[in-house]
Write a protein that binds this ligand. Structure first.
Ligand code: MCA
Ligand code: AMP
Length: 492
């Protein structure tokens, strides 16, 4: 058994998960995950690294499925519940998933995929036989898909060892204990929810409550019940909570604020935390958000201190066990105070991009993982300045490739050319916008265009504004200048 699951045997009777109105113990998790592992093994002794995709809302059943796959020796591939079918099909094909476990609410949606892989309706899994393989820590554990600046999304492969290192680092840095109670409102196909919230809680013998749909009123109501002392979210969520609080009558505001004051820790990450959000949240809650920095390929790398000063606008110091350096375009280390790309080394850094040896090679230089994020460092403390590519957009904490959206838009016969960029937005960090050049003779965007595009993209990738252009802005070499396109959007 991997240690995360082995530890559950010690916590046995403790409350592990609250979901869908039910309370589940660690023993329940062990029991249910054993049933899922048995079903997957179906008499075999080991899945031997076969990929098992699953589409299950954040819940007890989600965790039991993830653990079941691991206990059977499989690689867990959690699917994004908001992605259109074509994106899920890409993941199933790319991983050559042996099976797709689904919960009932996704049965009809994923049915077309069942020509490609074996479907397992989670509700039908009942019995357990109970002999499971020994899991090698170096073996692959999980594949999460991430967008980059080239090609299709890449599968980030982490081993059990990587995941364990990611968890231990945070449990240690942020003082997790078995007394902690966290509320998860994040999707579970990203590191933020999977590792920082759920896995750290279960490693610690703490309890994790799930709220499958983001809802401000629900969140504050749970907080006021006094049963939660830890919260982690992306800046957009704090922004939404602040706005909800502001809209409440004074008495309700006071009740919420009193509840927030009792928390042990509140963390923000996945995108830059605006100083205004940090300050407003501090006024409302008495909590100084702990901002940290991470990436799918490495889990967390840099964090403000749990004990000690959390400086607004700063991501803090390298976590214990991480090596971090800043490098200029020539590959040389930069002086303190000068900008450079963040490069990292550590036991939490991923193993490879799934079946993409060239991309894996390009992602590293002499063993250092190149994050693509630009930062400055002074007295050991880091501050993010931005990214080295305009083609990566961060919206609502989701990483979005402009190039992937452009590729889809270009498939529409009325489009001659297009350029997608992100522009700053208070609520979402950035919003996606698109400059379009229409085919000759077409003067305006047909009403059918947006509905067509919305079918092909998850809602966080939908362009929120369009500009119809005679041509995209270009430099003297004819190359599209995306910075100029961003300016055009910001000037309207
Ligand atoms: C949704 N809407 C948007 C966007 N997304 N509008 C502009 N930009 C967007 N990005 C609109 C919808 O069209 C809809 O509009 C309304 O907002 C509500 O949509 P819904 O899907 O219901 O949104 P939500 O459920 O309220 O979601 C907001 C959210 C979500 C909770 C902030 O985006 C979220 O869970 N983000 C977190 C993602 C995450 O975990 N990232 C971590 C990855 P209308 O009302 O008009 O229909 S990064 C990571 O893992 C690394 C390791 C790290 O460092 O953490
Ligand atoms: P993802 O690949 O979805 O895991 O997103 C990782 C990216 O999110 C990083 O490369 C950063 O660009 C961004 N990110 C994460 N945390 C922060 C933060 N605290 N401040 C600024 N950017 C962040």
């Amino acid at each position: 058994m991997v240690e995360l699951i082995l530890r559950a045997t010690e916590y046995s009777k403790r409350e592990a998960i609250l979901s869908n109105g039910n309370v589940y113990s660690y023993a329940d998790l062990l029991h249910r995950s054993a049933q899922i592992a048995s079903k997957l093994l179906n008499g075999a002794t080991d899945l031997e690294g076969n990929r098992i995709a699953f589409i299950v809302d954040p819940s007890f059943e989600y965790v039991a499925t993830q653990w079941g796959i691991w206990r059977a020796g499989g690689v867990a591939v959690p699917l994004c519940t908001k992605h259109p079918l074509a994106s899920l099909e890409y993941v199933i094909d790319d991983t050559q998933a042996q099976a797709l476990i689904y919960s009932k609410n996704y049965a009809s949606f994923i049915e077309p995929l069942l020509t490609k892989t074996k479907g397992i309706d989670q509700a039908t899994i009942q019995n357990s036989q109970g002999v499971f393989p020994e899991i090698d820590l170096q073996s692959n554990a999980m594949i999460l898909y991430t967008s980059g600046t080239t090609g299709k999304p890449k599968g980030v492969v982490t081993t059990h060892q990587n995941i364990q290192a990611q968890i231990i680092m945070l449990v240690d840095a942020w003082g997790w204990s078995s007394e902690d109670k966290i509320l998860n409102v994040l999707p579970l196909h990203h590191v933020h929810g999977i590792i920082n919230v759920v896995s750290c809680a279960l490693w610690s013998g703490a309890s994790c409550r799930f709220q499958p749909k983001f809802d401000e009123a629900e969140i504050f109501s749970v907080f006021q019940s006094g049963s939660i002392n830890l919260f982690m979210a992306v800046p957009t969520i704090y922004y939404k909570l602040i706005n909800y609080w502001k809209a409440q009558p004074q008495q309700a505001q006071e009740k919420i604020s009193n509840a927030l004051n009792q928390f042990r820790l509140m963390v923000s990450g996945s995108a830059a935390l605006p100083i205004s959000t940090l300050e407003e949240w501090r006024t409302i809650s008495g909590q100084t958000l702990l901002e940290r920095y991470g990436m799918t390929e490495m889990g967390m790398a840099i964090s403000n201190p749990y004990k000690g000063e959390r400086v607004p606008g700063s991501i803090g110091f390298p976590l214990k066990g991480m090596q971090v350096r800043l490098v200029n375009e020539e590959g040389a280390l930069v002086e303190s105070g000068a900008p450079g790309e963040i490069q990292v080394q550590g036991p939490n850094v991923f193993k490879e991009y799934w079946e993409k040896p060239e991309a894996t090679k390009d992602a590293f230089v002499k063993g250092w993982f190149k994050t693509g994020d630009i930062a400055i460092q002074s007295e050991g403390r880091y501050r993010i300045l931005g990214r080295n590519s305009v083609d990566i957009i961060k919206s609502g904490g989701h990483k979005i490739s402009a190039l992937e959206i452009e590729e889809i838009i270009r498939k529409n016969p009325i489009i001659k050319d297009c350029g997608v960029v992100g522009i700053p937005d208070q609520e979402w960090g950035e919003i996606v916008v698109a400059g379009l050049v229409l085919d000759q003779g077409i003067k305006s965007l047909p009403e059918t265009f947006e509905p067509w595009l919305k079918e092909l993209l998850p809602n966080f990738q939908w362009p929120r504004r369009y500009l119809l252009l005679d041509d995209l802005p270009r430099n003297v070499m004819g190359k599209v200048t995306k910075k100029e396109l961003q300016k055009q959007f910001q000037s309207i």
